[in-house]
Structures are given as C-alpha cells and as structure tokens.
Ligand binder design. Structure first.
Ligand SMILES: Nc1nc2c(c(=O)[nH]1)N[C@H]1C(S)=C(S)[C@@H](COP(=O)(O)O)O[C@H]1N2
Ligand SMILES: [Mo]
Length: 256
C-alpha cells in the first residue's frame, strides 16, 4: 500500500531519495519520522524546495534507459485492481466496450475505443518509475503521447488542468484521481500507456489505459483511467488538491 501517514509535505516527496541511500529502512513512517527528527535534514530539504519548482516551467526530461536495464518484474502498488462487475465485464470483453472519455473544457469531447487510441502515433520509452515509498523499477512503456489526445479534443481558452478519473476506489468508495497542468501534459514523455514491456497492459498495472509521467513520482501515474477531464480549476474536484493523495497532503507537483 501507499503510505499516507508520512508527516511533512516536503519529506513525503523526498522519501524515495532518502531510502535509496539507506536500503535497510523500509516503510514511509520510519523514514518520514527519521527525517523529521533531523533539523539539519529539514533545513536542507526546505532550501532545496524552490529549485524543484523551477522545473515546472523548464524542459525537464526523465532519463531513458537501454533495454538491458528493464526489470524482469514490474512491481505493483496502490489500490487493488478493481473487481467490480463493470471492470470484470471490461476485461472479459478484452476492453472492447471501453471508452476513454475526454471532456470538460474542450471544443470536441471524445469517447475513444482502444482501436481509436491505437490509431494515434505510438511512442515507446524505457523509463524509471519512482514510488514515494522508496523503490524504483525500470520498464518499457508504449502508448500515445497524452498531448496528442488532448489536442484532438481541442482545449478551450480557459483550460488549465487535466484531471484523470480512475476506476478504482478506496474503502470509503472515493475514486482515485490525479491531475497535471497543460504544460506537464505537453511533455513528450507524458504518455497514455497501453503496453508494458511489449505486452498489452495487464489489469494489475492499470489496464487498459494508464498515465505515465516519468518526470514525477509514481502516484501521479494514474492507473485504470476512464475519463480525462479538462478544467480551469482543480478546486471543485474531490478535495480540491488535484489528486487522491494530494487531498491527504501529498505534493501536487511531485517532480523527481
Ligand atoms: N488508479 C490508481 N492509480 C495509481 C495508484 C492507485 O492506487 N490507483 N497508485 C499509484 C502509485 S503510489 C504507484 S507507485 C503506481 C504503481 O504502479 P504499478 O502498480 O504499475 O507499479 O501507481 C500509481 N497510480
Ligand atoms: Mo507509489
């Protein structure tokens, strides 16, 4: 599971760095507490904060890797794969009945079949996935650049954010969701992925369509996406902070 209890927004975003340096520490709570108790670490993290935000306007690219670096097993994380009847019906039909909705502040709302998505120019990239919990895994992702799909829907003038509504939900019935701004949505490495390691995306990794944002922490890469909503402000979506974990205190901008 994702850790929700780590304290301090900066620390939460930094946990994976700390834990790669210290392989014996596992679990967000332990690392978060260790960091929070260290005033020196806190001030360094605090001082580093503005540099990350400078990346928002930059041309930030995640590193790409050779095929030999692909991990044999791509670890899964987050909420369990949906088991409700709607999702089961989708998998049973090999997602023939799936429609990816793209709507909101757009001139041309879309309802894309998998075959429609496959008709967009396809991209493949080998990138590293960094979970906030402190583990990383390299995989080969293929799909369509998010921007191609958004451009096809023609965002309106007041459009600023892209919200990804997912099919899974927590114990309280709250759906997972995530968001990017239009600038991040334009990054060439921001993908709507339909394939992992050369195979059709399996349910546990977010089938049939998931977001891949290799420039940010794993929680931004929403699995089981059913609807992409273009919007002017995040304030009226769920808790108003732009994502399921953001509504619990995680950073909205999770740049690596
Ligand atoms: N819909 C949805 N997307 C999600 C999550 C989730 O719980 N639900 N977890 C996130 C987190 S924290 C991580 S690390 C990755 C895990 O992706 P993987 O299972 O393919 O490794 O998915 C992200 N996207
Ligand atoms: Mo994660």
């Amino acid at each position: 599971m994702v850790c929700g209890e780590a304290s301090g927004e900066i620390v939460k975003r930094r946990i994976f760095i700390a834990s790669t340096a210290s392989a014996t520490l596992t679990g967000c709570g332990a690392i978060g507490t260790a960091l929070n108790n260290n005033a020196g670490v806190r001030s360094i993290l605090g001082a580093a904060e503005p540099f990350d935000y400078a990346l928002i306007g930059g041309d930030h690219r995640a590193r790409e890797y050779p095929k030999s670096d692909i991990a044999p097993v791509f670890r899964t994380n987050g909420f369990p794969t949906p088991t409700d009847s709607a999702y089961r019906a989708l998998t049973a039909s090999h997602f023939a009945a799936y429609r990816l909705l793209v709507d909101g502040a757009v001139e041309r709302p879309l309802a894309l079949r998998m075959t429609d998505i496959a008709r967009f120019p396809q991209t493949t990239q080998i990138t590293r996935h960094d979970c906030v919990e402190g583990w990383s895994v390299i995989g080969e992702w293929s799909g369509v650049r998010l921007w191609h799909v958004i451009a096809a829907a023609v965002p309106q003038h007041d459009a600023r954010f892209v919200v990804f509504h997912c099919m899974d939900r927590d114990d309280m019935g709250v759906h997972y969701y995530e968001s990017l701004d239009l600038h991040q949505a334009r990054y060439p490495q921001t993908l709507l992925a339909t394939h992992l390691n050369g195979k059709i995306l399996d349910p546990d990794h977010g089938a049939p369509v998931r977001l891949r944002v290799p420039t940010q922490l794993g929680y931004k890469s929403a699995k089981w996406v059913k609807r992409i909503e273009i919007i002017g402000s995040l304030s009226r979506i769920a808790g108003g902070h732009g994502g399921y974990w953001e509504d619990q205190g995680y950073e909205w901008y999770a740049g690596i």
